[in-house]
Design a protein around this ligand. Structure first.
Ligand code: NDP
Length: 276
């Protein structure tokens, strides 16, 4: 598996596992945890979750999946914006740690920007790093001006997790080059467009046929075609997971990329940051 280096020098895999919509139904939890564990076996050791997902349910599924294997996993979770204050962030973090069955979250993100001043969130995040509750902190759904507002603290910000797939390329205009200059990895969420219309697009299907892979694998390989991007597809199905785990080996050709550009044109001007 290819890896990427975080600002603090740690190496993490470029391909991880998302967990949104896991843990929503009790009856599915054991199967979901089994697929996540298979993902760990296949090298997808970065696991992305959030207190929001199934209101803590996804974190509980992750706990089941990583039990006895904590050392193998790079664990990412996120706090609600309303919990990102000096007083509430430590409590939210404690609740997540408890649900995750661990004493440390490797990377803790502000899920999106809310009413709490960024400087206050940074202060609270720093405190959690000092206490060893989290390994590093980062953000999600922040556009370039928000990142600039972080000022000198930007050098500690380990990532910005943003919507990025063939149908949502706006970040290529400014955010991706900005992060590259800072040597800050970006995490691409919803990289296969949530398994929707994107995967049926004729251009994607054509490239997939030529490469002998699936449209989802094309979509994922496309997000990973450039350095500095980590992709975190979610798969509750074992077949999907197995496809996704192989993607880091795929090399898209200039012909593939130019056909995809034709069907999904890159941005020519600044676009407001899209988010789900
Ligand atoms: P994805 O683009 O990862 O799509 C997930 C959907 O695609 C599921 O329905 C899944 O099906 C299906 N799928 C996965 N792999 C394949 C495949 N190989 N072939 C066909 N279908 C496939 O969307 P998400 O929105 O889940 O994004 C990924 C992760 O990013 C989230 O789970 C979450 O961790 C994070 N995220 C973060 C956000 C933020 O605001 N920071 C917002 C949104 C997501 P099935 O499950 O049945 O296998």
């Amino acid at each position: 598996m290819n890896t990427i280096t975080l600002p603090d020098g740690r190496s993490i895999p470029v391909l991880g596992q998302g967990t949104w919509r896991l843990g929503e139904r009790g009856a599915d939890r054991a199967a979901e945890a089994r697929v996540l564990r298979l993902g760990l076996d296949l090298g997808l050791t970065l696991v992305d979750t959030a207190e929001m997902y199934a209101e803590g349910g996804a974190e509980e599924v992750v706990a089941e999946a990583i039990a006895g294997r904590r050392q193998e996993v790079f664990l990412v979770s996120k706090a609600y914006p309303q919990n990102a204050s000096r007083a509430r962030l430590p409590q939210a973090c404690e609740r997540s740690l408890k649900r995750l069955g661990t004493d440390r979250i490797d990377l803790y993100l502000l899920h999106w920007r809310g009413g709490v001043p960024l400087a206050e969130t940074v202060e609270a995040m720093r405190r959690l790093v000092e206490q060893g509750k989290i390994g590093a902190w980062g953000v999600s759904n922040l556009d370039v001006p928000d990142l600039e507002e972080l000022g000198p603290a930007l050098s500690e910000c380990a990532t910005d997790q943003v919507l990025y797939n063939l149908e949502a390329r706006g970040v290529e205009f400014d955010l991706l080059p900005y992060a590259a200059r800072l040597k800050m990895p970006v995490m691409a969420y919803s990289p296969v467009g949530q398994g929707g219309d994107l995967l049926g697009h004729p251009a994607l299907k054509k490239v997939a046929r030529r490469q002998g892979i699936s449209p989802a694998q094309v979509a994922l390989a496309w997000t990973l075609r450039q350095p500095g991007v980590i992709s975190i597809p979610k798969a509750a199905s074992e077949a999907h997971l197995r496809e996704n785990a192989d993607v880091w080996k795929v090399v898209l050709t200039p012909e593939d990329l130019s056909e995809l550009d034709g069907a999904f044109p890159p941005p020519r001007r600044k676009q407001p940051l899209e988010m789900l």
